[in-house]
Design a protein around this ligand. Structure first.
Ligand code: AMP
Ligand code: FE
Ligand code: FE
Ligand code: ZN
Length: 300
């Protein structure tokens, strides 16, 4: 059998490749939404969720590209949350983006992120770092959810650091004197809000300790009471112990176990499809959702 046909045969026997966590320029990724879809095809990913931080503006462009390319788009959001000073990221799959509670909460988080990045930039500039808020905003692009990666990009442009990671390691990490918190909804309330918008709430990288403090199991149990449906188990920021713990929690609490890349374009080394979700789990997510539907190619 020619190599190409052999490859197709193997691929169809193992089923579609599903990556449920990616970012575009609408938040802190470096690709446009269409470029994320093209990159997914190159990485042989068949189903991709676009989950920008606190925003849905990339969905339409991603849908158009997914339709042209014949892949499936799962519209999603990564909702910023906070409890007792600990940052929690909640993936929301297939919510109705016009549901008023969800809409106004996302608007509020984005507003607080703007003032917080302005403050971060002011603190850095006061110490002589070559950053300017209007320049950060201009490069992020109109309407993008602002985050520390945009400040990192400004420092890289100024030649201060070689890449985002170096800027984070030196001045943008969570224990830095330049770190500023921003308001975000409580994760239990965010789970209820996503469910009320017909979406399926799945906690992103629950035990990624390198990013800062993580929540205890009791917070996850409270989120489950509120309607949490899954945990992102397979993620590059989880080691073997974290994955095992998350998988045990999934079994005990009746949660779906997902896996994804958390692709950010050139902003991080994460490669599309490096961690994936099973077709059965995707099917369960789609069945639970009532806010909107998958886009692009039909889901089979
Ligand atoms: P923020 O949303 O402003 O709190 O910034 C957190 C975001 O920064 C995360 O969503 C990551 O995408 C990104 N990030 C965190 N650490 C790093 C790093 N070392 N290198 C590149 N991006 C990072
Ligand atoms: Fe990010
Ligand atoms: Fe995240
Ligand atoms: Zn993410």
């Amino acid at each position: 059998m020619p190599i190409f046909l052999a490859y197709r045969a193997v691929m169809s026997s193992i089923g579609p490749v599903i990556d449920l966590h990616t970012h575009s320029r609408c938040s802190d990724g470096t690709d446009t939404p269409a470029e994320v879809m093209h990159a997914a095809v190159r990485a042989r990913v068949d189903v991709v969720a676009l989950t920008d931080h606190d925003v849905v503006t990339g969905w339409d462009e991603a849908e158009q590209a997914a339709t042209e390319l014949g892949i499936v788009l799962v519209p999603g959001i990564e909702v910023s949350c906070q409890v007792s000073g600990v940052s929690v990221h909640l993936l929301a799959y297939l919510p109705d983006p016009d549901e008023p509670g969800l809409r106004s909460t996302l608007e509020a988080v984005r507003r607080h992120r703007d003032t917080r990045i302005q403050r971060t930039v002011e603190l850095l500039a006061a110490d002589g770092y070559p950053v300017d808020y209007s320049d950060v905003v201009a490069h992020a692009g109109a309407g993008a959810t602002l985050g520390r990666p945009h400040v990192a990009d400004a420092l890289v442009r100024a030649g201060r650091y070689p890449d985002r990671d170096a800027a984070f390691t030196d001045v943008l990490h969570g224990r830095s004197r330049y770190y500023v918190q921003h308001w975000a909804p409580d994760p239990v309330e965010a789970v209820q809000m996503v469910a009320a918008a017909g979406g399926v709430p799945v906690m992103a990288h629950p035990f990624a300790a390198a990013r800062g403090r993580t929540v205890g199991d009791e917070v996850i149990e409270a989120m489950v009471e509120a309607g949490l449906r899954g945990l992102e188990v397979d993620h590059r920021d989880h080691g073997a112990a974290e994955r095992a713990h998350a998988r045990r929690l999934c079994r005990r609490l009746g949660l779906l176990a997902t896996g994804a890349s958390d692709y950010h374009g050139l902003g991080k080394p994460n490669r599309l499809g490096e961690n994936t979700t099973s077709p059965e789990v995707l099917q369960a997510i789609v069945s639970l959702a009532s806010g909107t539907s998958t886009r692009g190619a039909p889901l089979r």
